[in-house]
Write a protein that binds this ligand. Sequence first.
Ligand code: GLU
Length: 417
Amino acid sequence: MSEKTMNVFEIVQEQIRQGCETLGAEEAVYEILKQPKRFLQVNIPVRMDDGSVKVFDGYRSQHTDVLGPAKGGLRFHPIVDADEVKALSMWMTFKCAVVGLPYGGGKGAVCCNPKEMSPGEIERLARGFIRAVGNFIGPEVDIPAPDVYTNPQIMAWMVDEYSVLQQRNSFGVMTGKPLNIGGSLGRNTATGRGCVYTVREAAERIGLDLNNSTTVLQGFGNVGSFAGQFMQEEGSTLIAVREIDGAAYNPDGLDVNKLMEYRAEHGTVKGFPGSKDLSNDELMNLPCDILIPAALENQLTSRNAGGVKAKIVAEAANGPTTPEADRILHDKGILVIPDILSSAGGVTVSYFEWVQNLQHFYWTEQEVDERLERIIVDAFDSIYSMSKEHKVSMRNAAYLVAIDRVAQAMKARGWLG
Ligand code: GLU
């Protein structure tokens, strides 16, 4: 199938098929995993500020619950469809399994443009979504979290609505909440932090000194901005950042904290003093040591992968590399840290948040960060060793580890022959 016609759902199915084949897993493992166990499509009528009623499409996909409740983000984005949400929920299964969390994969989306909506409209949409899916989620069933264009405030409205439906507080139904209603210290920065732990490990393996390295970032939202900040703390020089509407490029380095302030004020990184703009392909092909795609799916493609000059690609986004681009990067000898490992920091601290909610016992930021570091470093280590031992890419190794864990649980539960 050509790269153009292959959608992300087909990509993940192919990844599962290949993984099952390599593992020699029985047919039922692929048959169970090739689609979500449950997929909900809802419509959500919302009273807009001008008095009109607009109806939004919403989705929630629960891939598997073999290892535990479904877990994964909920995005608000103008371009989402059922197949994309299904694929994202499937990647969450493997992301959770790679780092050993007791969860299956989940993902949701509402098709909307929050940038053009007032806070009141976003709140009514968030509450409407929960009223539509309320019977199908819960701390032991499916636990949503922030994703693209959603944030702790949106989680707070959703927890509140869910608690009203349940007639009791239920903080464990969502993660990524504000600190004062059951959020966890360290959750906001966790995906960026986890990504940088994987970069640090990878750099050590290939003998790259981060103090003399350069980093390029695609995406500067919650994940990208903190990844940039932590890369800078590790001694790397951030030379370029691009978002959907433009870039900030300065070969002498960008100050991440100043760039964050600039973006908060101007709503874009474009025009940051001393920087120039770049196209997306120019950004991907800049000479640098570390490239971090931290935006959306299908950003590294056969069109731009051949020109990538980085030594390490750390996938902080979900599914940023097409299979064709993946092969090209692999053939060029670039170390690609797969999304299901490099972006697992967020869901790992979501797990910590959920544990704290269930126990009503809260941890210090140091406890959160130390536990996160241990989990990510251990997972990196076992996947790196697996990739060396079986002479496969880090991505293939990660899928082998993840699918094997899921298949073992199916076996234990008596789902297989
Ligand atoms: N949306 C994040 C992800 O894709 C976090 C999910 C979660 O915390 O449940 O990994």
